[in-house]
Design a protein around this ligand. Structure first.
Ligand SMILES: *[C@@H]1O[C@H](CO)[C@@H](O)[C@H](O)[C@H]1NC(C)=O
Ligand SMILES: *[C@@H]1O[C@H](CO)[C@@H](O)[C@H](O)[C@H]1NC(C)=O
Ligand SMILES: *[C@@H]1O[C@H](CO)[C@@H](O)[C@H](O)[C@H]1NC(C)=O
Ligand SMILES: *[C@@H]1O[C@H](CO)[C@@H](O)[C@H](O)[C@H]1NC(C)=O
Ligand SMILES: *[C@@H]1O[C@H](CO)[C@@H](O)[C@H](O)[C@H]1NC(C)=O
Ligand SMILES: *[C@@H]1O[C@H](CO)[C@@H](O)[C@H](O)[C@H]1NC(C)=O
Ligand SMILES: *[C@@H]1O[C@H](CO)[C@@H](O)[C@H](O)[C@H]1NC(C)=O
Length: 537
């Protein structure tokens, strides 16, 4: 048993957030569903087709398709979507890597990509999102344009038509920061010509473009592709012109420093949280290295090195990394890791299809069409719905999103984290029952405080010495504990909650073990998790 001595005073203090752009403030409490437009939904009336990802070509999804299928996203509790780039791409013959169905081979950002619909279709999608109280984040590519030759590139279809606006060709040497900024992405087969973003004319024209683009379509936020391949100083004036939240892609691994340096007043509002993704993957995937030590380290480093962890983009999958289910077929590995992303600092992002347990490996296999799934109400769909419902409730009624997460327990079996008054106990053991496996947690709550596990709706009671103990004799399910008297109004655990909460404070801790009601469990493995008294000092 691991007992961490912590300062409750520090934990209970609301984290004083250093002022930042109002738009980042507005995004902090959102949760995002990430979409590749070509793969999310066919426009209504189209024949139901199959989509072979290995062919790397268009499968027919459109902005109208997204608009007609927003219920699926909103009923899962998401309050924003991020869509793949909307601007005009290369339209020539098929390349060695297929066609630009993903939208990242931009040529002219001043025009829309007609493959995905008309200006009206994009406007209609955004109007409908706003009518529902949801935000739109649009993916943009300004680092480069796609051309067909490294030696004699033709820029006539591009936003910048003169070769003087580009860096001359050189292949990127990773690890050399200058090379990452000025050399070309892609390769000889699909060259991505690097725009000279130091050129004052480029800076001015990109600034004008983003200002008009954001205003014209009423865009709420930007996801910036290949952000670290543009010099850092480009971003603050660009994002100021945009006037909205900017979240950059700074591809990386577990190392915090090279990613953290891209967030802050001299860089971007936010970045995608690649270090946490890597650490969660290495701790939770089964089979996997089960590296809980690295997760501990990354968590601590992130806290001290990022400008503001509460607006980072948390994810377990995207279009550039293997699907979680390709790395780990154990559903509990996903539920536990996903709960980190929702119940700790940052904006949770779920890549479309994760809720359908898609299992493609990397690009292009991880860009499956969603329609063959029938948009089914799966166990994962329901688990995400519960996470969003709790998080949206906390965000709506408290300053929870700004509070700093702390680790209460760290052990080879898993972790307990605290954000605001919510304790999440997240084991790495996976589905198989493990007799004797448990995570003991010293809570900030008084003995006999009633807590509700919102995943099963079981009641827990805090034991002697403020301890609780999660036991895994029926498998490694996640536990999210909310003080029962704070759940009212959330719609979670319904009338059961009112009934249990009424007894909670008076309950004898020794009688506080409740058997899960199977109907209340959204998990494939229902566990009996007991709130036990830990007698350890
Ligand atoms: C880094 O890349 C730049 C641009 O290609 C090049 O000029 C420079 O020599 C490289 N530096 C090293 C140390 O290789
Ligand atoms: C990029 O533009 C800047 C500013 O105009 C210029 O000084 C620099 O030489 C250009 N870089 C290249 C490689 O053309
Ligand atoms: C865990 O990750 C740390 C940091 O990356 C590394 O030093 C260590 O070797 C890893 N341990 C295992 C068991 O993979
Ligand atoms: C992961 O992806 C590879 C390549 O597509 C595939 O062969 C393999 O079956 C996938 N693994 C799982 C567990 O789905
Ligand atoms: C498309 O067809 C598949 C079976 O081939 C079916 O399972 C799925 O529900 C259909 N999708 C839609 C959106 O009708
Ligand atoms: C999914 O199924 C659950 C359990 O039956 C139900 O409560 C929920 O309303 C369903 N969600 C949707 C969007 O149909
Ligand atoms: C949060 O607030 C929004 C808008 O005010 C509302 O639509 C939504 O139902 C609330 N969600 C929860 C879980 O309280």
């Amino acid at each position: 048993m691991l007992h961490f001595s912590i300062s409750l005073g520090v934990l209970l203090l609301a984290w004083v957030y250093s002022a930042s752009a109002a738009t980042a403030d507005e995004w902090r409490g959102r949760s995002i569903y990430q979409i590749i437009t070509d793969r999310y939904a066919l426009p209504s009336g189209s024949a139901n087709t199959t989509c072979d990802t290995t062919r790397q070509t268009f499968c027919g999804g459109t902005w109208k398709g997204i608009r007609d299928n927003l219920d699926y996203i909103q009923k899962m509790g998401f309050t924003a979507i991020w869509i793949s780039p909307v601007n005009k791409n290369y339209e020539g013959p098929r390349t060695a890597y297929g066609d630009p169905y993903h939208g990242y081979w931009v040529q002219d950002i001043s025009q829309l990509n007609s493959k995905f619909g008309t200006e009206d279709d994009l406007n209609d999608l955004i109007t409908e999102l706003h009518r529902r109280g949801m935000y739109i984040m649009v993916d943009i590519v300004v680092n480069h344009v796609m051309v067909t030759s490294t030696t004699n590139p033709d820029y006539s279809n591009c936003f910048f038509k003169d070769a003087s606006f580009y860096h001359p060709y050189c292949p990127i040497v990773y690890g050399n920061a200058t090379s990452e900024e000025v050399c070309w992405f892609g390769d000889e087969k699909v060259p991505l010509a690097d725009v000279n973003t130091s050129n004052p004319t480029v800076i001015e024209r990109y600034g004008q473009w983003i200002e008009e683009f954001v205003q014209k379509y009423k865009i709420d936020g930007l996801r910036i592709d290949a952000a670290k391949h543009v010099q850092k100083s480009f971003w603050p004036p660009f994002c100021k012109k945009a006037g909205v939240f900017c979240m950059g892609e700074v591809f990386g691994g577990a190392e915090v420093d090279p990613v953290a340096e891209w967030q802050g007043p001299d860089a971007l509002d936010s970045v995608l949280n690649f270090p946490m993704y890597t650490a969660l993957r290495d701790a939770y995937t089964i089979p996997g290295p089960a590296n809980t030590t690295q997760l501990d380290q990354v968590f601590a480093e992130a806290k001290s090195k990022f400008h503001d962890t509460t607006v980072l983009g948390n994810f377990l999958e995207n279009h550039d990394v293997p699907r979680w289910h390709n790395l780990s077929v154990d559903p509990q590995s996903l539920y536990n890791a996903m709960t980190w992303n929702f119940m700790s600092d940052g904006i949770p992002i779920v890549y479309y299809g994760q809720e359908q347990s898609f299992s493609g490996s990397g690009d292009p296999n991880n860009r499956e069409a969603l329609w063959p799934s029938g948009y089914a109400n799966t166990t994962s769909y329901q688990y995400i719905t519960t996470l969003n419902q709790l998080r949206n409730f906390l965000v709506n009624t408290t300053d929870w999103a700004k509070q700093e997460t702390n680790i209460l327990t760290s052990s080879p079996t898993g972790f307990a984290i605290l954000k605001g008054s919510i304790i999440s106990i997240l084991t790495t053991i996976g589905s198989p029952p493990q007799e004797g496996a448990h995570i003991s947690v010293k809570t900030p709550f008084e003995t006999a405080t009633a807590l509700t596990n919102v995943i099963t709706c079981q009641q827990w009671v805090v034991g002697a010495n403020r301890m609780i103990d999660a036991q895994y004799s029926l498998g490694g399910v996640p536990t999210i504990l909310v003080p029962s008297d704070q759940l009212s109004g959330s719609g979670l655990c319904g009338t059961d909650l009112a009934e249990i909460a009424g007894n909670g404070g008076k309950a004898d801790a020794l009688n506080a073990a409740f058997v899960a009601r199977p109907s209340a469990s959204v998990l494939s493995l229902t566990a009996v998790l007991m709130a036990a008294i830990a007698f350890a000092a």
